[in-house]
Design a protein around this ligand. Sequence first.
Ligand SMILES: Nc1ncnc2c1ncn2[C@@H]1O[C@H](COP(=O)(O)OP(=O)(O)OP(=O)(O)O)[C@@H](O)[C@H]1O
Ligand SMILES: [Mg+2]
Length: 252
Amino acid sequence: MSLDIANITKNFGGMRVLDGVSLSVPTGSLFGLIGPNGAGKSTLFAAISGFQKQETGEVRLDGTRIDALTPHARARAGLVRTFQVPREFGHLTVRENLCAAAPNQTGESLLGLFFRPARVAREEAEIAAEAEEIMQRLRLTQVADQPARLLSGGQKKLLELGRALMLKPRFILLDEPFAGVNPVLIAEIAERIRDLNATGIGFLIIEHDLEALTRLTPYIAVLDRGRIIAEGAPDAVLADVQVREAYLGGAV
Ligand SMILES: Nc1ncnc2c1ncn2[C@@H]1O[C@H](COP(=O)(O)OP(=O)(O)OP(=O)(O)O)[C@@H](O)[C@H]1O
Ligand SMILES: [Mg+2]
């Protein structure tokens, strides 16, 4: 069971941003993706999740090709991403943000509202219950009624994770869950990710905070100028000469 990325290339204008990226991530795992600014990490997430069309390459989730699907269809297949800059609705409360992230509500179509009011009500109750459960899991219940714009950076990251969970994914692509988050909340977010992983959800996590990341992920890969240059256990990868030169400028 794995997320398999094969030979992904992506150009922006004349620039090759992803240059034949292949990676195999076990679907139950905690897997880190590191690399310098501009290496192409977020672009790789966009290609895997369907938000950007790649030039070449294939994406398989547990053996099934998903690279021709829309982002919605990939989410239905179990693969969901979060964004580097959280995309919550600032004027909506935490609870409302979670409910708004639920997929394909019958009530969204006018016909659905007219002809299936009971079903719409049932769906809305299910969505509300799901949101409550996710707030409990992420310890967001005490801010349920706060407008999202009033949340701290870390709480916004948790809400972003919660919005992904509303899609009931098997696998989540997390783009910089610790960026702009204070150390106490970083540890808490890491704990929540660990809890979710224990329930069977896999994670591929982009992160610049290497200490926090490598405490969480027993396996990491390094992307540099659109290519995977190393992967393995964090200690071995961070000791790799090519990685130190490319990513760390020899500073670590
Ligand atoms: N929509 C876009 N249009 C044009 N160029 C883009 C677009 N998105 C990203 N790029 C360029 O592609 C390259 C890779 O960007 P990307 O955001 O994937 O890097 P990253 O590894 O996520 O960096 P960071 O660690 O800073 O988030 C950069 O040179 C960036 O300027
Ligand atoms: Mg990025």
